[in-house]
Ligand binder design. Structure first.
Ligand SMILES: Nc1ncnc2c1ncn2[C@@H]1O[C@H](COP(=O)(O)OP(=O)(O)O)[C@@H](O)[C@H]1O
Ligand SMILES: [Mg+2]
Length: 317
């Protein structure tokens, strides 16, 4: 099986900013692959290089078997790209007209345009709204129309930048359903997201990126399993002394104090570890405010590898 995307030591600088910094990426044919990272991590820059819209400053990338630098036209013919930001001209058009306009950009033969527009509007459930203005669509409907536009020329690879950004829960699930359907039809999907749940629910494999670099790559379940079985989260006024007090306990795999001052303890079995941890806190006279435990999330994966939380970055970025 050949790789759909193969990037080696990819670099892109903007002045002194290294937006993409020695990034390796391999996406196999037929998978939904995620780029997960906080705002500013370099996701959009990476995607724009792969979509041949931006030249790398260093390294190589092949998409659908072609080099991004030497064969951009071959790549463009084979991929669909749905951008994070959409063109303001859409607001002047109906849903159907948006698709027809895109069709002319993609050189879809004129006689096929009407039928193709109908088919795609049907696919994303927008046929009943085809002749309403795009500007009057809800956020979820707009995203679904974007998705339809990305599929116009039947791409082998669909690249989606933040496909559910700003959508309500129901619309997100609908967009996810369409993405799953596409994968079933054999379309390879690369998507960028800073939503943990989106990466977790949607992706077969993902790469977590931070500051332009690969943090870790794997299936969501493998990445979470590598964190540990359970995570105990403790809020206390004295996280550092508690961290020191539990260090070296046999039930403890690893632990870290987050920027928010929460102690995260990774343990094989929370049911056994909880009383032990609380006993140590009591013996050391460290008062605990809240103690909760959860199965690991991709946020714990991010914390483990970077020492920071993805969620916090999202809020402050
Ligand atoms: N055209 C540009 N000019 C200057 N800096 C840019 C440009 N595009 C992106 N950057 C910078 O590169 C970094 C990565 O940005 P981006 O790829 O958009 O990240 P993400 O999509 O993960 O949020 C950020 O620091 C951003 O400010
Ligand atoms: Mg982006």
């Amino acid at each position: 099986m050949t790789a759909m995307i193969e990037a080696r030591s990819l670099v892109r600088t903007f002045g002194s900013t290294r937006a993409v910094d020695d990034l390796d990426l391999q996406v196999e044919s037929g998978e939904i692959f995620g780029l997960l990272g906080p705002n500013g991590a370099g996701k959009t820059t990476t995607i724009r290089i792969l979509a041949t819209l931006l030249a790398p400053s260093g390294g190589t990338a092949r998409v659908c078997g072609f080099d991004v630098m030497t064969h951009p036209q071959e790549i463009r013919r084979r991929i669909g790209y749905v951008m994070q930001k959409i063109s303001p001209t859409r607001n002047l058009l109906t849903g159907r007209q948006c698709i027809e306009m895109e069709a002319s950009l993609y050189h879809v033969p004129r006689r096929e345009v009407r039928a193709r527009a109908e088919e795609l509007l049907g696919l994303v459930g927008l046929l009943p709204h085809a002749d309403r203005l795009f500007s009057q669509y809800s956020g979820g409907m707009q995203k679904r129309l974007d998705l339809a536009c990305g599929l116009l020329h039947r791409p082998q690879l669909l690249i989606l930048d933040e496909p559910s950004l700003g959508l309500d829960v129901q619309s997100r699930h609908k967009v996810w359903d369409y993405i799953h359907d596409l994968r079933r039809q054999g379309v390879t999907i690369l998507l960028a997201t800073n939503y943990l749940d989106e990466a977790d629910r949607l992706c077969d494999r993902l790469t977590i990126i931070d500051r332009g670099r690969v943090v870790v790559t794997g299936t969501p379940s493998d990445l979470k399993r590598a964190v540990g079985a359970d995570v105990i989260q403790v809020t206390t006024a004295e996280p550092a002394p508690l961290a020191a007090a539990i260090a070296g306990q046999p039930w403890l795999q690893r632990h870290a104090v987050s920027e928010a001052g929460e102690l995260h303890a990774h343990v094989t079995d929370a049911a056994a570890a909880l009383p032990a941890l609380m006993g140590i806190a009591a013996a050391s006279s460290i008062p605990l405010e809240t103690v909760t435990y959860t199965r690991p999330t991709l946020d714990d994966v991010f914390l483990l590898h970077t020492g920071r939380e993805l969620r916090e970055e999202e809020v402050t970025a």
